[in-house]
Design a protein around this ligand. Structure first.
Ligand SMILES: C[S@@+](CC[C@H](N)C(=O)[O-])C[C@H]1O[C@@H](n2cnc3c(N)ncnc32)[C@H](O)[C@@H]1O
Length: 251
């Protein structure tokens, strides 16, 4: 699994870490000139959690975060112990009687897209996101910010050989469904109630040939207008929420 960033910034990303693993936060930097309700509530939660708070001006926080879009908060954090391998995660799911719902991204390189994919994966209850090591963006501070905390909650596995990993998922009876605008069957004709891995392609070129060939089935999302395809994070959302709908939405 890829390592967590050393610095998180923005209310969402730091807030989720505060909620899920406050002991992993070394210190939080905040702009004391920001005195709005959101900042006050955030600082109250940080104080309750016993986290060290350091006043800093916007410039210092921007240097730490590597961006101006930090909302006046950044945190230095240690990596959180999580499930270390995809195998471990799948075994845990099996032991818990849960039906795997996985999102596979074949070469998403834009950190904003990966952040948005993680966010929707969290929203829809996907168990993990999988990507190839050599052709994809890893978790960095921008991904964590765009993911709004989901980089902390959704395991992200970067694998050496994606086609081989899909084969291993298939051996575990996980049905690999590739998505492509030219597939003859639609997403809505696919059965997403069993263990599934939804496979999405890269921003420009879509799924690689070998990935496409390895999938058990290919489906398309119907497009009604003039545009040929959806953004990969939007397509991820459509696919994952269709799986959630078919599995029965939680009450
Ligand atoms: C921006 S699209 C890539 C478009 C690319 N030209 C192609 O041929 O796939 C990124 C990914 O989102 C998914 N996607 C976008 N629109 C889709 C659609 N209408 N049907 C199925 N998948 C779609 C696919 O996984 C695609 O590889």
């Amino acid at each position: 699994m890829s390592s967590t960033p050393k610095v998180l910034f923005g209310f969402h990303a730091v807030g989720v870490r505060l909620k899920t693993a406050p002991q992993s936060i070394v210190e939080i930097y905040f702009e004391p000139t920001r005195r709005d309700a959101r900042m006050r509530q955030f600082l109250d939660r940080a104080r309750e959690a016993g986290v060290r708070l350091i006043e800093a001006d916007g410039l210092r926080i921007a240097r730490l975060a590597g961006t101006q879009g930090h909302q006046g908060v950044a945190a230095r954090v240690q990596a959180v112990e999580q499930v270390h391998s995809l195998d471990g995660l799948l075994e845990n799911l099996e032991a818990a009687g849960q039906v795997p719902l996985l999102l596979v991204l074949d070469g998403v390189t834009d950190p904003h897209n990966l952040g948005a994919c993680l966010r929707v994966a969290d929203g829809a209850g996907a168990h993990a996101v999988i990507a190839p090591k050599d052709h994809a963006v890893g978790i960095n501070a921008t991904v964590a910010k765009v993911a709004s905390g989901a980089a902390e909650t959704v395991p992200y596995f970067m694998v050496t050989n994606l086609a081989r990993t899909l084969g291993e998922l298939q051996e575990r009876n996980i049905w690999c469904i590739g998505t492509s605008g030219d597939a003859p069957r639609t997403l809505y004709q696919a059965d997403l109630r069993g263990p599934v891995a939804l496979v999405l392609g890269a921003e420009g070129s879509g799924m690689r040939q070998l990935t496409r060939k390895t999938c058990d089935e290919l489906v398309s999302i119907p497009m009604q207008g003039a545009v040929e395809s959806l953004n990969v994070s939007v397509a991820s959302g459509v696919c994952l929420y269709e799986a959630l709908r078919q599995r029965g939405l939680p009450a």
